[in-house]
Design a protein around this ligand. Structure first.
Ligand SMILES: Cc1cc2nc3c(=O)[nH]c(=O)nc-3n(C[C@H](O)[C@H](O)[C@H](O)COP(=O)(O)O)c2cc1C
Length: 379
């Protein structure tokens, strides 16, 4: 199937699956344990009904959204994805450039395969930075100082990784540090020549921001200790708030009381997220976690939502439930896997077209005016 025949994000996923070795596809596609949360994120969106309204002139539809003083062309951006180049060669830069071109935000992960400086340049003023708090405070401070020097204005600190998620597919695929060349890996490389040659050309994917620190890593435990810490607390968040002069967001909030605490500490916003179902299997889908959070915040902070967005209408469902903006992780990743830069563009076009069509069917001419009034019926 050619890219032009990909009608949905799911079609792009199918195409990506055929072009990427199993271990690399699973790395992005998989979720925690039974993957219940991964599935529920998507199913729960589908269950939210929006009631169409007609006989409104919808010949001119405005999809723009203003956030933290910047107006974006669309109400969604790219979520941070670590080690993205393992999924497709140069995925990081492809997506940063796309976001610059389309005027939507691009979030550079602490664990990105390209340095945060190169990504800031490629995102051309649309870059946000995602911080993982390390067990070593000097590593965390080093990243913040680099993000500042690279002129990122928005930093999101990820709160939902006291430990890496347990992803059964990665265990079965024997993903390890250092990387193991198993017979399955060799077979996957031979069966997917475009991926393999591209990866050869761009160099072995690594975690670029910590390249020096991780050179001597001999296990996942070493990598995790550098990247994340089980000891990240509210006191640390308070210190980060004092330290970071720009916009500070907290990613991975699911409980209304945690959302309220973020507001009390003076954060500028939260990302209601379950890491795309990669941390636990037992949690709520984000579209269900959102309404009580929106209630408790009462407009005190901006709310961004991710996890499970596969359709343009999902962004409207999130807005109708109290979110201001959305991020997508896998939807755009599948696009890159399906066809590099052209595939990423196709993913954006699909979400964009679906969003505009849905607004038209709902009789709404401006995204920013979407609210729950008369729009939703949650089963
Ligand atoms: C392969 C992969 C890597 C990710 N890496 C990070 C990361 O480095 N930092 C982070 O905060 N979130 C990370 N996430 C979570 C995403 O930012 C986002 O929350 C999630 O993908 C949203 O769900 P969706 O994929 O269903 O859109 C990652 C997700 C995936 C799929």
């Amino acid at each position: 199937m050619g890219l032009e025949r990909a009608a949905s994000i799911d079609d792009l996923r199918t195409r990506a699956k055929r072009r990427i070795p199993r271990f690399a596809f699973d790395l992005v596609d998989g979720g925690a344990e039974s993957e219940r949360n991964l599935r529920r994120n998507i199913e729960a969106f589908e269950e939210v009904e929006l009631t169409p309204r007609y006989m409104v002139d919808v010949s001119d539809i405005d999809t723009r959204a203003t956030l933290f003083g910047q107006t974006y062309n669309l109400p969604f951006g790219m979520a941070p994805i670590g080690m993205h180049n393992a999924f497709w060669p140069d995925a990081d830069l492809i997506l940063a450039r796309l976001c610059a071109r389309e005027n939507i935000p691009y979030t550079a992960s602490s664990a990105s395969s390209t340095t945060l400086e190169r990504l800031a340049e490629a995102a051309a003023g649309n870059g946000w930075f995602q911080l993982y708090v390390s067990s070593d405070p000097s590593v965390t401070e080093g990243l913040i100082a680099r993000a500042e020097a690279a002129e990122y204005k928005v930093m999101m600190v990820t709160a939902d990784v006291p430990a890496a998620g347990k992803r059964d597919r990665d265990i079965r695929n024997q993903l390890a540090v250092p990387f193991k060349i198993t017979p399955e890996v060799v077979a996957g490389l031979i069966a997917n020549p475009i991926w393999s040659l591209g990866t050869l050309r761009h160099g072995r994917p690594n975690i670029a921001n910590y390249a020096d620190l991780l050179q001597s890593a001999t296990s996942y435990a070493d990598v995790q200790k550098t990247l994340i810490t089980p000891g990240f607390t509210w006191d640390d968040l308070k210190r980060l708030r004092d330290r970071w002069k720009g916009t500070l967001l907290v990613k991975g909030i699911l409980h209304p009381s945690d959302a309220a605490k973020c507001a009390e500490l003076g954060c500028d916003g939260i990302i209601v997220s379950n890491h795309g179902g990669r941390q636990v299997a037992f949690g709520p889908p984000t579209i269900e976690a959102l309404p009580p959070i929106a209630d408790v915040l009462g407009g005190r902070m901006k709310i961004i939502l991710d996890s499970g967005i596969r359709r343009g209408a999902d962004i409207l469902r999130a807005k109708a439930h109290g979110a201001d903006f959305a991020l997508t992780g896998r939807a755009m990743a599948y696009g890159v896997g399906a066809g590099g830069a052209a595939g990423a563009q196709r993913a954006k076009e699909i979400l964009h077209l679906e969003l505009v069509r849905a607004l038209g069917q709902l009789g709404i001419t401006s995204f920013e005016t979407v609210d729950a009034a008369g729009l939703t019926a949650v089963r």
